[in-house]
Design a protein. Structure first.
Length: 391
């Protein structure tokens, strides 16, 4: 999209076309040709019509990340995919605001401004810089659309001296034309730049799969999940960190956090009456034994992220199941046991075993009206099948 077209979409006339484009998507979901035809009849300029059609579709997709703000914002497909969910960005911004009250932050590579919005909402003086003029224009438009303060300019984030700000934030690009980039040296900006930034007061969003061995001494690594999905890891520089490893879980009931100080350790023990599946952020942070201690239980295997106990506990850090019974692990006997119990709908969870749930479910050829959950895992090194039910 050209910046001139983006400017036009922010006029009353452009706004009306966006409303009509959104209605066209609602009337003809899954039919982009029909939607484009409807919008083109309202706006003969091909570029304006295409831009409105695309923006209306992106806004619809963005609701999952930005909620009620999405219908007011502007996006590119790549920027929307890379953007942080508002609840996650707001947590990060609130934590930074608590650490530097009435402070300021510069977003080095701000894109369309998703994180910038969160910093501004948290009361920080927020500024952003990005090399892409269109994304900078969108970031300005998004701040204005939501009535938030912030300054954005075009520039190379790697050449900026952030020392004039209370903190710096960065979210290095982890994609190329061939897909995700897992090697930290392939990020943009690359890993050496991240390490240098973390010597200042800074926080950096990184891939959730980052290895613990890559985290510098004194830097806190925080893994964050939202709605049960691990969304990011954040590295907090030494003067912003409060621990080494942290798991933060955001759910409908609010936010909960767990650190290594909450982890006294736990032993391996036999499977009890209850099984707990730790949240992905807990697993990434290496705090499974903290969950085991919290439910008064232990591990089912030293290398498997399942916890067991003898009593039911509600915890935001794990999903709990009641053990119904042990079933045969071998496929032929397992099939017979499931058929005998009339189980026709089966959720298969697996950890630490070579099982592909979709393929196994087909081979089991289930019939019946009952529904069940099956856990395929290792217990003390042995393949085990556990029939469980959520509580």
């Amino acid at each position: 999209m050209e910046i001139e077209t983006l400017d036009w979409l922010q006029t009353p006339e452009g706004g009306r076309l966006l409303v009509h484009a959104a209605q066209a998507w609602a009337d003809h979901p899954g039919d982009p040709v029909r939607v484009a035809s409807v919008v083109r009849r309202l706006e003969p300029d091909a570029e304006k019509a295409a831009a409105a059609t695309t923006q209306a579709r992106l806004r619809e997709r963005a609701v999952a990340k930005f909620g009620d703000a999405a219908p007011l914002m502007f996006f590119t497909p790549d920027a929307l995919e890379q953007a942080t969910r508002s609840r996650v960005a707001d947590h990060r911004a609130a934590r930074l605001a608590a650490a530097i009250p009435e402070g300021s932050v510069i977003d080095l590579g701000c894109g369309i401004g998703g994180d910038l919005l969160a910093f501004s909402r948290a009361g920080l003086v927020a500024a952003g810089i990005d090399q892409d003029p269109v994304r900078v224009a969108m970031a300005r438009a998004n701040l204005a659309a939501l009535g938030l303060a912030g300054a954005v300019q075009v520039g190379d984030a790697t050449t900026v001296d952030p020392s004039g700000f209370g903190a710096a934030f960065a979210d290095p690009a982890r994609r190329s034309g061939r897909g995700r980039v897992f090697d930290v040296d392939g990020w943009t900006p690359p890993w050496p730049w991240v390490l240098d930034l973390l010597r200042r007061r800074a926080l950096v969003k990184v891939a959730p799969g980052i290895g613990h061995d890559l985290v510098p001494q004194g830097v806190e690594a925080e893994w964050v999940s939202d709605g049960g999905e691990v969304k990011e890891a954040v590295l907090w520089s030494p003067d912003l960190s409060t621990t080494d490893r942290r798991a933060t879980v955001i759910g409908e009931g609010g936010l909960a956090t767990l650190t290594q100080e909450d982890d006294p350790g736990a032993e391996v023990r036999p499977v009890g009456d209850y099984l707990y599946e730790p949240d992905g952020a807990v697993i990434r942070a290496g705090l499974v034994t903290a969950v085991a201690a919290g439910v008064g239980g232990g591990l089912i295997d030293p290398h498997i992220a399942y916890v067991t106990g003898d009593a039911p506990f509600r915890t935001p850090f794990a999903r709990g199941y009641r053990l119904v019974e042990h079933l045969p692990y071998r496929e032929k006997q397992l099939r017979a046991a499931l058929h005998e119990r009339g189980i026709g709908r089966l959720t298969i969870k697996k950890r630490g075993v070579q099982v592909v749930p979709e393929e196994l479910r087909k081979r089991l050829a289930l019939r019946g009206d009952a529904e069940a959950t099956l856990v395929m895992t290792r217990v003390a090194g042995q393949g085990t099948a556990l029939l469980v039910e959520p509580f």
